[in-house]
Write a protein that binds this ligand. Structure first.
Ligand SMILES: NC(=O)c1ccc[n+]([C@@H]2O[C@H](COP(=O)([O-])OP(=O)(O)OC[C@H]3O[C@@H](n4cnc5c(N)ncnc54)[C@H](OP(=O)(O)O)[C@@H]3O)[C@@H](O)[C@H]2O)c1
Length: 336
């Protein structure tokens, strides 16, 4: 089978992408509770980009195979997983020596979402992480009884799910983006409050809106000074939840008076930990409900295209230029 190999981490992402190569290797048999999955597709997520730069919380021995999620069909099973043969699955794998940018992967059954046969397999490739992340973030809003939230990187796919799910829950969303064209797109799609982070009146307008809507919860995927601006703009009793570090900069500019006297807090969200805390039956129900919304077409991950193993570097460099355009899927072969 063929797989994509990253020979070494590189802080320069273009160089890291240019260094990707296709390599052949042999397959091992799945062990107890493991399955062998023939991969249909795997996306390139910001976590994969951070990983290739050596800036993610997971560092594997190099050379390594990138990719933390994907979709496929179970073609072989070890003891205790035979019931999964021929099932469609989405998977989320972070194990050493196993990445989703490969023709086959081995996964423990616990790391799989077993899918309804009607799930579209391109959509399934992006199902295991982002929709559940949005759901996990909004669970915080429900727990805190917040009726308005703020989010940055709002042109991305987690943010799109947050907007859609929040709408269904009656929660207002203040979206923050970094490009004017993304403001226009989100407004065309029905987003109500969209702010441009480099507008000279950004901080002033955000504060006004956050107080008007009583937005006491923010989902931060960017970090850096933007996270500090959002934190300072929120009313007392607010919480800023950091779940991504797209700017690669430390959160900064926090008003310490807010922390001391206004009962504001900063916390972090990590999907695997949220999943761990969840009862298996409850997670299964959330997954089934969410799949129905994908099958009906109500929920969709925006996909900008697919790239084959033989053209991966050029395809991913092109996708980096416009992440808001949607996910780039990686497939062993892309039909002409
Ligand atoms: N903690 C968790 O468990 C968890 C789970 C899933 C995802 N995440 C994180 O969530 C974040 C979003 O993921 P995604 O899949 O939704 O991403 P995505 O679909 O690739 O979109 C990324 C978005 O972020 C914007 N962006 C990129 N760099 C930025 C910067 N420096 N400042 C402001 N905006 C920036 C992009 O805008 P342009 O179009 O302008 O480039 C794009 O709209 C990532 O950081 C990811 O790692 C965390």
């Amino acid at each position: 089978m063929n797989k994509i190999v990253l020979p070494a981490y590189n802080k320069n992402i273009i160089r890291a992408l240019r260094s990707l190569r296709v390599e052949g290797c042999s397959l091992r048999k799945p062990g107890i509770d493991e399955v062998l999955i023939k991969v249909h597709a795997a996306p390139c997520n910001p976590s994969d980009i951070a990983f290739m730069m050596g800036g993610y919380n997971i560092i594997k021995e190099v050379p390594t195979v990138p990719g933390f999620e994907g979709s496929g069909i179970v073609v072989e099973a070890g003891e205790g997983a035979e019931d999964l043969i021929d099932r469609k699955v989405s998977f989320f794998i972070q194990e050493e020596n196993c990445g989703s940018w490969s023709e086959y992967v081995i996964s423990n059954r616990k790391k799989l979402v077993v899918l309804d046969d009607k799930m579209n397999m391109d959509q399934a490739a992006c199902f295991a992480i982002n929709p559940f992340t949005a759901r996990g973030l909004l669970d915080i809003a429900l727990l805190r009884d917040n009726h308005a939230v703020i989010q940055n990187a709002a042109g991305g796919q987690v943010a799109a799910f947050v907007r859609q799910m929040a709408g269904d829950m009656g929660i207002d969303v203040i979206d923050i983006v970094r490009k004017q064209k993304t403001v226009e797109r989100l407004k065309n799609e029905g987003a109500r409050y969209v702010l441009l982070e480099n507008d000279p009146l950004f901080e002033q307008n955000l504060k006004k809106l956050a107080h008007k809507l009583d937005a006491r919860l923010a989902f931060d995927a960017v970090g850096g000074p933007l996270a500090g601006q959002i934190f300072n703009a929120m009313p007392f009793d607010a919480e800023l939840v950091s779940y991504g570090g797209l700017s690669t900069k430390h959160i900064s500019g926090i008003d310490s008076m807010d922390l001391i006297f206004h009962n504001k807090i900063i916390s972090g969200f990590n999907l695997p930990e949220w999943r761990e805390q969840m009862d298996d039956d409850f997670f299964e129900q959330v997954s089934v409900d969410m799949q129905h919304l994908f099958i009906s077409g109500k929920y969709q991950t925006k996909i900008q295209g697919s790239v084959g193993f033989d053209n991966i570097s050029d395809g991913l460099i092109q996708c980096l230029r416009n992440l808001s355009k949607g996910k780039m899927l990686i497939k062993a072969k892309v039909a002409e």
